[in-house]
Design a protein around this ligand. Structure first.
Ligand SMILES: [Zn+2]
Length: 76
């Protein structure tokens, strides 16, 4: 991970950042994937790593809930 300069305000930002946290200017449009576009739509400083961990957390919650529901239904 390296620091680059924002093209709009010259603030130093991570090269992994979707947008500049200082001015919100989108960074490195060539690196944008589906996850980064999602982060831009949210209009906040959300990196692809954060979104990936968020998705993993939701998936683990759904799996745990499914196991618990199955156990409860089968115990009757
Ligand atoms: Zn900026």
């Amino acid at each position: 991970m390296a620091l680059i300069h924002c093209t709009a305000c010259d603030h130093r930002i991570s090269d992994m950042a979707v947008a500049c946290p200082s001015c919100g200017h989108p960074s490195r449009p060539d690196r944008r994937g589906a996850l980064n576009v999602l982060g831009s739509v949210a209009g906040t400083y959300i990196s692809a790593t954060t979104l990936a961990s968020l998705a993993l957390g939701v998936a683990m919650f759904v799996c745990t809930a499914a196991v618990l529901i199955t156990l409860i239904l089968h115990s009757r």
